[in-house]
Design a protein around this ligand. Structure first.
Ligand code: ARG
Length: 437
């Protein structure tokens, strides 16, 4: 059944091509479609476009459909174009004439727009709290191993002393910053497009503030034109926030893979988290972090893909928008899996002690030696030259790690500022993002 069918039959290949993955994707949106419809019907009752008893029967039936969706009893029949058609069809089946009244003052264009907003707001809130859990794991590791030293690199060449406090702590802070970007994306999804209908409103006296309140949106998209244009834009902003978090996770994974190489040997994983080789009996490979890197790198293509999909699209609805769903919906699931796995595996990363004892790192403290000479009164450039000469002549003796200044400045190996990050993490957890709706 097509909502728009007027007698003429529809070409099957054309239909298959235009529907694409829509039924599968809409299955994920079904509960939000019903939530949006309940708000719409309640509002129609409030403004008198439906009688109170009609609105009550419709909302009761929609609530029953919502229960069926949550109990996995709901399917979109292959004869239906999408979730909107399926639900209207079910209402007509169950309520007859009354079911035919629900679509007054709206269009599938604002229906799907509100579905996506509700879906994205909810799923990004879930990602936000999973990201905070990952930040917590990283910060806990930083706190536990804060005093264990690690070589820092520039140009992949041994540079200056770092620590597991700085390394884990740096990634904990990165995730906390990524959560701030997620908050912007959640805000983009936290506005009501419902009532914009096909993109230009309608001539019946609907009340858009009422649906805004009923759906607990922070604000209404005022103009029908922008409400429609926000479709695609919201997806793009959410994709950017996901891609941004993915970039952090990917970079962490790349570090772990490198740190696990025998040449570095900075961290190890229990055997249960490694994989073997079909030919080399000695292998214990960090596949889980390689796969995390690959999945997160692929996620970083998402914002670009969604931007390209909208290239040259004028204002107003275009069917092109439908094809964002089958990119962003699986990407959200993918990000949730990445966070879940990282949260599961990261606590098992075991830093190696006494890494810096190897001769490879003998010049790691060269700047500390320069700084020590400066503290004795020498100008920096002279001290730099003096230490460079010591290194050239082979007379440089590396300072011991105990000679590292105490306490260091904020963000240095002796004062990584983990307590400050802990405060920020706690604040981010209590910040009301009106999540878990
Ligand atoms: N499946 C469509 C989408 O996601 C639903 C809206 C259809 N609207 C239309 N005018 N054909 O965009």
């Amino acid at each position: 059944m097509k909502l728009w069918e007027k007698g003429a039959s529809v070409d099957a290949l054309m239909e298959w091509f235009t529907v694409g993955m829509d039924r599968e994707m809409d299955q994920q949106l079904a509960r939000w479609d019903v939530v949006g419809s309940i708000a719409h019907v309640t509002m129609l009752g409030k403004v008198g476009l439906l009688r109170a008893d009609e609105a009550k029967i419709l909302t009761d039936t929609l609530t029953q459909i919502l229960r069926e969706i949550d109990d996995h009893q709901f399917v979109i029949d292959p004869s239906m174009e999408d979730v909107h058609s399926q639900i209207e069809y079910m209402l007509i089946q169950r309520l007859g004439e009354l079911g035919k009244k629900i679509h007054l003052g709206r269009s599938r264009n604002d229906q799907v727009a509100v579905d996506m907003k509700l879906y994205l707001r909810h799923e990004l809130s879930t990602i936000r709290s999973a990201a905070l859990d990952v930040a917590d794991v990283l910060l806990t590791l930083a706190e536990r191993h804060s005093a264990v030293l690690l070589p820092g690199y520039t140009h992949t060449q041994v540079a200056m002393p770092s620590s597991f406090g700085l390394w884990f702590g740096g990634y904990a802070e990165a995730v906390l910053e990524d959560v701030r970007v997620l908050d912007v994306a959640i805000d983009a999804a936290n506005a009501n497009p419902l009532g914009s209908a096909a993109g230009y409103g309608s001539s019946v006296p609907i009340d858009r503030q009422t649906t805004t309140e009923l759906l607990d949106f922070e604000r209404v998209h005022v103009t029908s034109t922008f409400a429609q244009m926000s479709r695609g834009r919201t997806e793009r902003i959410c994709a950017m926030a996901i891609g941004n978090l993915a970039a952090t996770l990917s970079r962490f994974a790349a570090d772990v893979v490198w740190y696990m190489s025998q040449n570095q040997g900075f961290v190890s994983l229990p055997d249960a988290f490694t994989t073997g080789s079909s030919i080399m009996p000695h292998k214990k490979n960090p596949d889980v972090f390689e796969v995390l890197r690959a999945r997160c790198n692929r996620l970083q293509a998402l914002p670009n893909e969604l931007s390209m999909m909208q290239a040259n699209a004028t204002s107003g609805y275009h069917r092109d928008l439908q094809f964002m769903k089958d990119r962003i919906i699986p990407a959200i699931t993918e990000m949730q899996h990445c966070l879940q796995v990282l949260h599961h595996v990261a606590p098992h990363l075991e830093p190696r002690q006494n890494i810096l004892e190897s001769d490879v790192y003998r010049y790691l403290f060269s700047v500390d030696r320069v700084n020590a000479l400066v503290m004795e009164g020498m100008a920096f450039r002279d001290a730099y030259r003096a230490v460079a000469a010591e290194i050239e002549q082979g007379s440089f003796t590396p300072p011991t790690k105990d000679s590292v200044g105490q306490p260091g400045h904020l963000g240095s190996i002796t004062n990584p500022g983990l307590d400050l990050l802990r405060e920020r993490l706690n604040a981010a957890r209590t910040t009301s993002q009106r999540s878990a709706r």
